[in-house]
Design a binder for this molecule. Structure first.
Ligand code: ADE
Length: 233
C-alpha cells in the first residue's frame, strides 16, 4: 500500500508535511513529491498547483512514478449546500466538472458531461475510503460533515447567482478547482480515491475575503481528517 496525498496550495499541504516522516524528495513536471511514512504507512505528498490540469498531471505522476494504491485530496472549498458553514467538512461521494460544456453540439452532451467519453462523467469515490473518512470525521468535534458531490472548474466562484445555478444544475455540495480532475485520473487508472474538503467560503460576494481569512483553519481540518484516514487504512 502506498497512499498519494494531493493539495493544490502550500496552505493545503503544510500540516501533512509536518506530520510526515519524510525520507525522500523528488521533482516531476516542476512539482515536488515528498516520500515519507505516517503511522507506518507509505505516503507520497505533493502540491499540484491550482486547477484541473495541474491536478490531473500530479495524479498521473503519483500513479505512474510512485505506484500509489490510493489517492486522497485534501483542501478547502466554497460551500454550495446552504447548511454548510466555514470549517465544515465535505467528503466526496462523487466529483464532476461544472465547466465542461459541449451542450451546443448536441442534446446528448448536457452541461457537465464529457462528450464522446466512454464513461459516466460523474466519478464515484471509493466506498471504503468514504466510510473511513466518515469515521475520521466523527473524531472532529464541532464541524458539520456532509457526504456529497464535489463540483470542480477552473474558476474561483464568488457569485451567489452562480451558486444557485450550479446547485440547481448539478446538485453539488461544494465547489473547488481540482477534485474532479483527481477523480477522473484516478478512475481511469482504476485507483481508489476520495476528496476531502473543508469550507473556506460560501462562493458568494464575500468569498475572496472569507477564503483569505479561513483557508488556514479549513485546510487544517481537512488535513486532520486525512491523517486519521491514513491511520485507519
Ligand atoms: N476553493 C475555495 N473556495 C472556492 C470557490 N469559491 N470557488 C472555487 N474554488 C474554491
Amino acid at each position: 500500500m502506498r497512499i498519494g496525498i494531493i493539495g493544490a496550495m502550500d496552505e493545503e499541504i503544510v500540516y501533512m508535511k509536518e506530520a510526515l516522516d519524510i525520507y525522500g524528495e523528488s521533482v516531476f513536471a516542476q512539482n515536488k513529491f515528498y516520500e515519507g511514512t505516517h503511522h507506518n504507512k507509505e505516503v507520497v505528498l505533493c502540491k499540484s498547483g491550482v486547477g484541473k490540469v495541474n491536478a490531473a498531471i500530479t495524479t498521473q505522476i503519483l500513479i505512474d512514478r510512485f505506484q500509489v494504491t490510493h489517492v486522497l485530496f485534501t483542501g478547502v472549498a466554497g460551500a454550495l449546500d446552504p447548511e454548510l458553514e466555514v470549517g465544515d467538512i465535505v467528503i466526496s461521494s462523487s466529483a464532476m466538472q461544472h465547466d465542461m460544456d459541449a451542450s451546443a453540439l448536441s442534446p446528448d452532451f448536457p452541461k457537465g458531461t464529457i462528450p464522446m467519453f466512454a464513461f459516466d462523467s460523474e466519478f464515484r469515490a471509493d466506498v471504503h475510503l468514504v466510510k473511513l473518512a466518515e469515521t475520521a470525521a466523527e473524531r472532529l468535534q464541532g464541524p458539520k460533515v456532509k457526504i456529497g458531490k464535489v463540483l470542480s472548474g477552473d474558476q474561483f466562484i464568488a457569485d451567489r447567482e452562480l451558486v444557485e445555478v450550479y446547485s440547481a444544475l448539478f446538485n453539488g455540495t461544494c465547489i473547488e478547482m481540482e477534485g474532479s480532475a483527481v477523480a477522473q485520473a484516478s478512475f481511469l487508472n482504476e485507483v481508489p480515491f476520495v476528496i476531502i474538503r473543508s469550507i473556506s467560503d460560501k462562493a458568494n460576494g464575500e468569498a475572496p475575503a472569507s477564503f483569505a481569512e479561513f483557508t488556514a483553519l479549513a485546510a487544517r481540518r481537512s488535513s486532520d481528517m486525512v491523517e486519521t484516514i491514513i491511520e485507519s487504512l
